[in-house]
Write a protein that binds this ligand. Structure first.
Ligand code: ZN
Length: 181
């Protein structure tokens, strides 16, 4: 298990994190695999204690009354996932159909970032941005507070959000903005 650098005194990440809010001193208690990075803290709104584990290819989050409870919740999910005979689909349970290759298990709700090949429509991205897309890109590129809020609220969407913003930036550079008149 690797501890995320913002929890490790002496690192620049820890120094920066301390300026935002004092770090929650905590020592993980469960046997996470060695190639997994963990972090913990309290959510922004509401201030729910959480524990997150970034296992290669997936992401597990637990919440609880304390960080220790949150870790136990996350570890149970991790252990439970190993026992599940996963049934992967592109549909997020109770949510959208993902075409970017992400998969969710229909039985345990487990997540894998690259379970399928992305579904693409050829030529789909070769067009100017609509105003709505331009405004979205501007806020992602300039509103760091919003990004931090979104990342805290939807940590499992962080990579998707970043790649979507990258795509919008490329389309803007190549094709500009559509004439809305
Ligand atoms: Zn499963």
């Amino acid at each position: 298990m690797k501890i995320a650098p913002h929890h490790v005194p002496g690192t620049p990440e820890h120094k920066f994190s301390q300026m935002l809010r004092p770090d929650q001193v905590y020592q993980p208690r469960h046997a996470w695999p060695s190639d997994c990075t963990v972090q913990w803290g309290h959510g922004i709104v509401p201030a729910t204690p959480f524990f997150e584990a970034f296992v290669p290819g997936t992401f597990i989050r637990g919440e609880g009354a304390t960080i220790a409870d949150a870790e136990t919740r996350a570890f149970e999910k991790y252990e439970g996932e190993k026992l599940c005979g996963h049934q992967w689909g592109r549909q997020r349970p109770g949510g959208l159909l993902y075409t970017n290759g992400a998969g969710w298990c229909r039985k345990c709700g487990g997540f894998r970032s690259e379970m399928f090949r992305p579904i693409v429509t050829l030529g789909h991205h070769r067009k100017p941005l609509r105003l709505m897309e331009l405004h979205h890109l501007e806020s992602v590129e300039s509103d760091h507070e919003m990004n931090a809020r979104m990342d805290a609220k939807y940590p499992d969407r962080k990579a998707d959000r970043a790649s979507y913003a990258r795509l919008l930036r490329i389309r803007l550079n190549l094709y500009g903005v559509a004439d809305q008149s």
